[in-house]
Design a protein around this ligand. Structure first.
Ligand code: CA
Length: 529
């Protein structure tokens, strides 16, 4: 077998970090002059990337070799969570290290107050060059970055419009490739000083438009339905009023399932987004459109033959997964480009690379697509961190880490004091070979979601290692309680069971403590409702 330069470098890097783990070199010992060099930071944020669709998390849906490299050469956070499972609020939590009720970004569509402190501003004041590239989604122009080139609002998959330092720009190509090109161009110009770049993907956000090269990928696969796909939501009032299930028929046949069949006699399926679909598909050039239409022509034919609601729903589930995973395959390729660039430029050793999503996502569990709920798949996010100089390779960390923890972690590694007001916790000790077994870490997570769009209900809750307590409060009022050991897929709300009352009272008390600690006054008032 002949190895190319990149493979040799990758193997060397893995061996070196592996040797450090075995004690050949203690990674935590300040090693001479190198200690003075501040680490670079490459933060890659996917949008709506479910951990169920990453092979490092054991996915059997897709192989993601490049994303997996970050975990293999660093740490896989197995129990990472978000404090509010929705796009814009999670981004604000990451930037500020503060809960939504403190940073003010409680819902999608709110304007982020850019005057407040965010970790890139602090890094900038300490000599870092900083950039924000891709999906910003905070309804304001970024402040506190040396350079920014962002998608307006949700952005487009094809030939996307960007706002570059306030100026409207259109780039030719597929959005995930464009974001990588822009990011690597910026790193190339700024790699001689400490830099921090936030590479924020649009993919794999709805409406899941894949790049042309992957339009046929997964065609030969038949995805198995999750065991709780046909969940009837019994005992869970909030789920009974949601508008984000595949089983409820809430996927648009054209916008989501890409049936470009204007002559099909479809009357009883969902067509909610004709304007949105037109807006997206018209961005393709005539040449791109030809390839696209040819790839999806067979879908229109297959769709025309479907009989009955169940057949349509199960077919839409297959279509959903195919396009979703095709988008992720392209994200994985582009993560590989970034990692290769760092290795080729001798930057890998001293660069912290994080890959995570702004939240988790449902891939048919409970019949759902989308996010929002404190149920497992949306609450839990993928998160992995590589920093060969300080973090031993091949670690699996099962502590509850949060999107809240990124800002303090980056500042800590950069040797900068973490502001008192930040509510997250630096993961540095957790990721260190010396301290990880003794570090005091949270064993409970507090969550608060505010948005009411798509039939969702505002709720807050607490999860410890075994139990989960949730209070849905607006527009309906209901409590839910789960024993995750007995019921890991959260199918049975056992809030009213007499044998659980003592545990529920204990969790209520723990939740109140966290609400007081984080200053969530609104929730404290709602507890007794
Ligand atoms: Ca998102």
């Amino acid at each position: 077998m002949v190895l190319d330069k990149k493979q040799v470098m990758r193997i060397t890097l893995t061996l070196l970090t592996g040797m450090a783990l075995l004690g050949c070199k203690n990674v935590d010992t300040p090693d001479d002059h190198k200690e003075d060099i501040k680490p670079n930071i490459v933060f890659i944020l996917a949008d709506d990337h479910a951990y169920q669709a990453i092979s490092a998390y054991g996915s059997n849906l897709i192989n993601t070799p490049n994303i997996d490299r970050i975990a293999q050469e660093g740490a896989l956070m197995e129990e990472a969570r978000v404090t509010n499972s929705i796009c814009s609020p999670s981004r604000a939590v990451i930037l500020t290290g503060k809960y939504s009720h403190v940073n003010g970004m409680m819902n999608n569509g709110t304007r982020f107050n850019t005057a407040q402190e965010i970790f890139p501003k602090i890094l900038g004041r300490q000599g870092y060059k900083t950039a924000m590239i891709g999906k910003w989604h905070l309804f304001n122009n970024p402040e506190g970055f040396d350079y920014w080139d962002i998608l307006p609002d949700q952005g487009h998959y094809y030939n996307p419009q960007f706002i570059r330092m306030g100026k409207d720009t259109v780039y030719n190509g597929y959005v995930t490739d464009v974001i990588t090109d822009l990011s690597l161009n910026w790193i190339e110009k700024n790699k001689d000083q400490p830099f921090c770049i936030m590479v924020q993907e649009k993919a794999p956000h709805r409406n899941w438009m894949p790049p042309l090269k992957y339009l046929d990928k997964f065609n030969d696969k038949k995805f198995k339905l999750p065991e709780n796909f046909y969940d009837d939501h019994e005992g869970r009032q909030a789920l009974q009023r949601q508008l984000t299930s595949i089983t409820g028929g809430y996927l648009d046949i054209r916008y989501d399932s890409k049936v470009s069949c204007d002559t099909c006699a479809v009357t009883d399926v969902n067509w909610w987004a004709p304007a949105e679909w037109k807006r997206e598909i018209e961005r393709l050039t005539p040449k791109e459109r030809k390839v696209w239409d040819s790839a999806y022509a067979k879908e229109a034919q297959a769709f025309a033959k479907l009989k009955g609601e169940k057949e349509i729903i199960e077919w839409q589930y297959q279509r959903y997964l195919e396009d979703y995973l095709r988008c992720i395959q392209s994200v994985d390729d582009n993560v590989g480009r970034i990692l290769d660039y760092l290795e080729d430029n001798d930057l890998a050793e001293n660069t912290i690379v994080v890959y995570m999503s702004d939240q988790g996502f449902y891939l048919g569990e409970h019949g759902l697509y989308d996010k929002r709920y404190m149920y497992r798949e949306a609450f839990r996010t993928p998160m992995m961190i590589r920093y060969p100089k300080k973090i031993p390779a091949n670690q699996k960390i099962d502590a509850f880490t949060l999107n809240l923890d990124l800002a303090p972690t980056f500042l800590d590694y950069a040797g900068i004091n973490i502001p008192q007001e930040m509510q997250g916790k630096s993961m540095k000790a957790l990721l260190s070979s010396k301290e990880k077994d003794t570090v005091a870490w949270r064993d409970k997570v507090y969550y608060h979601y505010y948005e009411k769009s798509f039939g969702s209900t505002a709720h807050y809750g607490i999860r410890d290692k075994r139990y989960k307590l949730i209070h849905f409060y607006d527009p309906i009022d209901s409590w839910e309680f789960y024993d995750l050991k007995k019921d890991p897929t959260e199918m049975h709300n056992v809030y009213d069971a007499p044998e659980n009352q003592q545990k529920i009272q204990e969790l209520m008390a723990e939740m109140l403590k966290l609400q007081q600690q984080y200053g969530d006054e609104e929730a404290i008032k709602l507890n007794s409702k």
